[in-house]
Design a protein around this ligand. Structure first.
Ligand code: NAD
Ligand code: TYD
Length: 357
């Protein structure tokens, strides 16, 4: 059995679904169900005894300790986090509470549990920490992509809190010998992504006739990976990763934001054209830039390929088409999210920005 934290969020729920599609090893899924956690993502597992969902906070050490004692998992895969950069700018405190304190409490509970295991179980145990490429900061246009030895230089409260959690995980390996693994992945996209992030937000706004808000000049570059490829990378690292090491995961898909939005508009023009036959591109609006907006991220994924033989299965073209089709087929999933608190967030985030044209 494995313990997954944050398994009702975007990547965590994809991981749990993929895991149980490929193995019968049960999953305990500990998730606080913040605004970003959604049990509808896991609806297909209803009645499946291999999935045990527990609503709870990773900061609740007594709860985590009792789950570990009761279920004796052989691994923890830690996704739970506050994950949206713009929210971290409006309210950084939750990011420190969950990403830093929460990871600390989880590590402490795991350390107590792991220390008391038999030597063979101790050797087999793994604590896999899921992190981001944003800890490495921002690249210039001609800089080489981030490697596992690129110095940390986080620029947003989100990335700073993730960097802090990475350092704690590193320290627990070096100090206590805990069998940790860390993955630093690039931007994910795919099914079940909360529509506050670029790709699902643009799809939702396009289909509801709203402006498509591009921050700044739209030339910030992100390196995109289809979510199931991230999940397969995590499974590889969990199975074969070297203890105490970090692995960058990415799909060699650097794209400026404007190109992403153009691609989404073109796919929507093809798959669900507007009634007036105009392109969705006409909804593009340039808005005030995000403060401290990192210019470019790019992942050098050679280590995980060389050492573990992992490569992404999707190209950007195949992944983005699947993603748009998924959102077109799951209008209800989006409708259930686009409720009062989502609308309040969108109002708060985009009201102040003003358009540039
Ligand atoms: P998400 O915001 O969609 O989901 C986060 C989940 O964690 C939610 O289900 C939420 O309810 C849960 N959670 C939040 N606080 C919690 C707490 N205190 N206790 C228990 N559960 C809590 O995030 P995501 O996009 O799925 O990201 C998952 C992980 O992957 C994060 O650690 C993130 O930093 C990392 N990551 C994300 C990306 C990306 O592009 N989304 C890229 C690289 C790394
Ligand atoms: P996002 O999905 O928030 O991920 P991250 O900031 O973690 O990379 O944003 C991806 C890129 O898209 C980032 O450069 C900011 C930009 N962006 C917009 O231009 N408009 C938007 O409305 C959003 C949400 C993001």
């Amino acid at each position: 059995m494995i313990l997954v934290t944050g398994g009702a969020g975007f990547i965590g729920s994809n991981f749990v679904l993929d895991w149980l599609a490929q193995s019968d090893e049960p999953v305990i899924n500990l998730d606080k169900l913040t605004y970003a956690g959604n049990l509808e993502n896991l609806a297909s597992l209803q009645g499946d005894s291999r999935h045990i969902f527990v609503q709870g906070d990773i900061n609740d050490r007594a709860l985590v300790e009792s789950l570990l004692a009761q279920h004796t998992p052989r691994a923890i895969v830690h996704f739970a986090a506050e994950s949206h950069v713009d929210r971290s700018i409006h309210g950084p405190e939750d990011f420190v509470i969950t990403n830093v304190n929460g990871t600390f409490h989880l590590l402490e509970a795991a350390r107590g549990y792991w220390s008391a295991l038999s030597p063979a179980e101790k050797d087999a145990f793994r604590f896999l920490h899921v992190s981001t490429d944003e800890v490495y900061g921002s690249l210039g246009p001609n800089d080489p992509a981030f490697t596992e030895t690129t110095p940390y230089a986080p620029n947003s409260p989100y990335s700073a809190s993730k960097a802090a959690s990475d350092h704690l995980v590193r320290a627990y390996h070096h100090t206590y010998g805990m069998p940790t693994l860390t993955t630093n992945c690039s931007n994910n996209y795919g099914p079940y992504q909360f529509p506050e992030k670029l790709i699902p937000l643009m799809i939702h706004n396009a289909l509801t006739g709203k402006p498509l808000p591009i921050y700044g000049d739209g030339m910030n570059v992100r390196d995109w990976l289809y979510v199931s490829d991230h999940c397969s990378g995590i499974r590889e690292v969990l199975g074969k990763g070297k203890l105490g090491e970090t692995y960058n995961i990415g799909g060699w898909n650097e794209k400026p934001n404007l190109e992403i939005v153009h691609t989404l508009c073109d796919l929507l023009d093809e798959l669900q054209p507007r009634a007036d036959k105009q392109s969705y591109r006409s909804q593009i609006t340039y808005v005030t830039d995000r403060p401290g907006h990192d210019r470019r991220y790019a992942i050098d994924a050679r280590k995980i390929e060389r050492e573990l033989g992992w490569r992404p299965a999707e190209t950007f073209d195949t992944g983005i088409r699947k993603t748009v089709q998924w959102y077109l087929q799951h209008g209800e999933w989006v409708e259930h999210i686009v409720n009062g608190s989502y609308r309040q967030w969108v109002e708060k985030q985009y009201r102040g920005l003003g358009t540039q044209d």
